[in-house]
Design a protein around this ligand. Structure first.
Ligand SMILES: Cc1ncc(COP(=O)(O)O)c(C=O)c1O
Length: 406
């Protein structure tokens, strides 16, 4: 579909066939204490968008600015929708669903952006993609690279979690640990593409990352029989997934496929709450971040301004949860719904738990809610150390079995 780029801050529209990353004016206007400026929003051609309203066999790919080649080679999408009956009854919310993006090929939601970035690279005749990541985005891009035969150059801070790095190495990416922070790795990956060419997939820096993530809302709409829930819960770090979810809903609205845009809730850890605080205070200030949920531990959110804009535009709100509540949520999801989530993903569930009574009161018990489960628990087993005790072995005898159970 034809598209242009619109600056989230100054609103300037750019029409170009070239790959574009940030608004040349606003990106330079940078106060290190504040969220960065100049991120671009992909604006789809309005006429082509409206034509989708009458299309019968609709897919989220119809809303993409680039055509995704060989979809079955990297099958992203149609992730399961769980109706967790025990949790629905515990929280008095019968119309509650959980969307399991942990079932995507690399085990996280980030495959959605990586699919579109791969399509962008292929459309522009590029084989090399560079990015900075502390985990899931790197693993997802490396996974897509293995599937599409693309060269992935991954810059990581030297403290990045081993499990996720291991995944990227196994997928065949060139991993470059950097002695410095995520922000340092981010800047170096941009220096790399400026010098050596290729596509840069840094989250939010490349506007196609938000655009790829919007696929979840469109997919949800199609899976629910062309309906959207009243409220959607999203775990938030950089604010890119949050913006993607909102962008998908706004595109559905612009196409005339939905009348009302759901409220999208931004859930953050109290130990990493830059976007939540910016929404509450109106001040887009960077903060320090120390949450154990590594994927959402972000002090200077790469897509902070856009996320705050969309919280207001969708009539959503932010909910903050403690790291203890995140861990409890992980255990509840596993034990009462059979869903194994990494801490960042369980953060969204922790937000729902916190808000459940308010939701019933404000919207009524029939309110329909979707919680996005963005990554699998297998990626970070270390979080359970000291929390989960494995039973000791018994002697190989029936007497020992009887002793254990009596
Ligand atoms: C599993 C998971 N959930 C949530 C997030 C938060 O996404 P964002 O940083 O776009 O806010 C991430 C980001 O890495 C993630 O990996």
């Amino acid at each position: 579909m034809r598209f242009s780029y619109v600056c989230n801050d100054c609103g300037t529209e750019n029409v170009t066939d070239e790959v574009m990353y940030t608004c040349p004016g606003c990106a330079k206007d940078c106060d290190p204490k504040e969220f960065r400026k100049g991120n671009l929003i992909v604006r789809l051609d309005e006429r082509e968008l409206r034509e989708l309203r009458v299309k019968e066999e609709l897919s989220y790919h119809d809303f993409f600015p680039y055509t995704v080649p060989d979809r079955e080679c990297f099958p992203v999408g149609t992730t399961p929708i769980v109706r967790p009956k025990r949790l629905c009854s515990s929280y008095g919310l019968p119309n509650l669903v959980i969307k399991l993006d942990s079932a995507l090929p690399s085990g996280s939601f980030k495959d959605r952006a990586s699919q579109l970035i791969a399509a962008q690279a292929i459309a522009h005749g590029e084989r090399r993609i560079a990015l900075a990541s502390t985990g899931n985005a790197g693993a997802a891009m490396s996974c897509a690279g293995a599937a599409y035969d693309l060269e992935i150059i991954l810059f990581v801070p030297e403290t990045a979690p081993v499990n996720k790095l291991m995944q990227s190495v196994l997928y065949g990416a060139t991993v470059v640990p950097v002695k410095g922070s995520y922000d340092d790795a981010f800047a170096l990956s941009i220096a790399y593409t400026e010098r050596f060419g290729g596509i840069n997939r840094n989250t939010a820096y490349n506007p196609m990352t938000v655009e790829g993530k919007k696929s979840i809302s469109i997919e949800l709409f199609l899976q629910l029989g062309r309906q959207v829930p009243d409220v959607i819960y999203v775990p938030v770090g950089d604010g890119c997934i949050y913006a993607g979810v909102c962008k998908g809903l706004l595109d559905l609205h612009a196409a005339g496929l939905i009348v009302k845009v759901p409220k999208v809730v931004c859930v953050q850890s109290t130990r990493s709450r830059a976007i939540s605080q910016a929404w509450r205070t109106g001040k887009p200030l960077n903060v320090s971040a120390t949450t154990r949920a590594d994927s959402i531990s972000v002090g200077s959110p790469a897509n902070g301004r856009m996320a705050v804009r969309y919280i207001n535009q969708t009539g959503g709100w932010s909910t903050e949860v403690t790291d203890e509540e995140i861990l409890e949520s992980q255990l509840e999801l596993t034990g009462k719904a059979g869903i194994f989530a990494e801490p960042a993903a369980a953060c969204a569930w922790a937000g729902l738990r916190k808000d459940a009574a308010m939701l019933r009161e404000k919207f009524g018990e029939e309110v329909s809610v979707c919680v996005l489960l963005t990554g699998t628990g297998f990626k970070d087993m270390a979080v359970f150390e000291g929390r989960v005790e494995l039973p000791s072995p018994i002697e190989n005898s029936v007497e020992a079995v009887i002793a254990r159970f009596s």
